[in-house]
Ligand binder design. Sequence first.
Ligand code: IPE
Ligand code: IPE
Ligand code: MG
Length: 250
Amino acid sequence: MDTLINQIDREKLPKHIAIIMDGNGRWAQEQGEDRLFGHYHGVESVRDIVEGCAEIGIKFLTLYAFSTENWDRPEYEVVGLMELLVSTIRKEAETLHKNNIRLHVIGDMSMLPAYAQQELNEALEITSGNSGLNLVMALSYSGRWELLNAVKSIANEVKNNRLPVEAIDQDVLQKYLCTSDFPDPELMIRTSGEYRISNFLLYQLAYAELYFTNVRWPEFRKNNLYEAILDYQGRERRFGKTSRQIEDAK
Ligand code: IPE
Ligand code: IPE
Ligand code: MG
């Protein structure tokens, strides 16, 4: 059998893949370990998936690493996750740079501890000129937080007579989202058998193809990613039209 990677049609790659990296805690508990053990192993998966995306030429990869709601987890887990974030960025920034990967962050950076903000800002700066894969980390992010911010900013522009209400259209709204520089994801993957969005990219996922797998995030590897891409490539994206219309337009 042909390897998975060779079955992928390079002409029909999604430009943007978004992933809800779920299942670290359950995976760890299944090994009789603490939840943080799962998060540590999850970093291995991040490395492998970033490499896999870069290898096949994906332009944008967004990883949901920490949600607005995750702040409500037990303090030791939140602190552990922040430390892991900082140590990982410190270790990986140079490698990202060498591989021409550009790091971006979406979310409420001001909520992160100062030492984490500093580490992230350095990595953003080091990689800012890179033109390969755009790696977007969603940190202290939620779709509702993002939309609320956008609404407030737009309301301010209107209040200050810088934007007429009639001029607000989808293009304007998009400019106020954290993702204004990125195309919408065509493919959204969630690991670990949960079938929900959990406040991820609520606006941007409007027409994304959703792919769910039971594999826990710490065990998710390139081949799992390639399976998801192959599944995506087998789907017909209709955007509200009929199958016949899609066929005729080919
Ligand atoms: C995802 O794994 C990582 C984060 C949310 C930070 P979880 O920690 O949610 O793992 P489960 O879902 O409890 O197994
Ligand atoms: C979503 O996972 C957030 C991240 C993966 C960062 P959660 O584990 O927090 O989501 P729920 O609680 O199962 O919906
Ligand atoms: Mg979870």
